[in-house]
Design a binder for this molecule. Structure first.
Ligand code: DX5
Ligand code: ZN
Length: 220
């Protein structure tokens, strides 16, 4: 069963010269989560921000910090990301040998744990892990950059994971990330997603548009 749709704006598309203000704007505009893309220039070919920045922008909102780690390795930095104020920490299974151990560390630090599936990652990676997860993130672009096109062939994966979550009876967010806009959001929702990450589509048009953008992405 799909819950109410949540919008998690990716701050990758914000104006970094006034990041704190941008976060205040999207908070007021109705964002549910704040999606923070952490890239290391190694696991993905782009470099963004780390725990120090997260700690500072944490002061700008009380909303859930949905931290998407695109880094390898993951475990050595988890404590820093938790202490910086992350609420949900999501990682890619390819970045650690024992994903179950990484999930345990994240939970032990008092955060919720998410696992992210690249377009090429099979859903079998979830075998034996689903009971330990708070969030499953389906990438609908190859991670690394904002502004890419939504990969429609991932919709069937979203549908399959929705079925798995419902069968598990657990409260697990099914989040979709990459190329979400006013046209693709309804497709992701119809496939069973209940959290939509949106960078380009949220921040388009500047602060005066954020509220309308978020409403339209959510579908009302
Ligand atoms: C891609 C990131 C996404 C991305 C979303 O590697 O994980 O969060 O920035 O950006 P849009 O919504 O512009 O596709
Ligand atoms: Zn992301």
């Amino acid at each position: 069963m799909v819950n109410q749709i949540k919008i998690s704006p990716s701050i990758l598309s914000a104006d970094f010269s006034c990041l704190g203000k941008e976060i205040e704007y999207i908070d007021k505009a109705g964002a549910d989560y704040i999606h923070v893309d952490v890239m290391d220039g190694h696991f993905v070919p782009n470099l963004t921000i780390g725990p120090e920045v997260i700690k500072d922008i944490r002061k700008s909102t009380n909303k859930v910090f949905d931290v998407h780690l695109m880094i390898e390795p993951v475990n050595p930095l988890l404590e820093s990301f938790a202490e910086a104020g992350s609420d949900i920490i999501t990682f890619h299974p390819e970045a650690e040998n024992k994903p179950e151990k990484t999930i345990d560390i994240i939970r032990g630090l008092g955060c919720k744990a998410g696992l992210s599936l690249n377009p090429s990652t099979p859903i079998s990676v979830l075998d034996g892990l689903i009971d330990k997860l708070d969030l499953i993130l389906v990438m609908t672009v190859v991670p690394g950059f904002g502004g890419q096109s939504f990969m429609e062939d991932q919709l069937v994966k979203i549908e399959s994971i929705r079925t798995m979550i419902d069968l598990s009876g657990k409260k697990i967010d099914l989040e979709v990330d990459g190329g979400i806009n006013f046209n693709t959001a309804p497709k992701a929702i119809a496939a069973g997603a209940d959290v939509l990450v949106a960078g380009t589509a949220t921040f388009k048009g500047g602060p005066s548009e954020y509220s309308e953008n978020i409403k339209r992405l959510r579908g009302f």
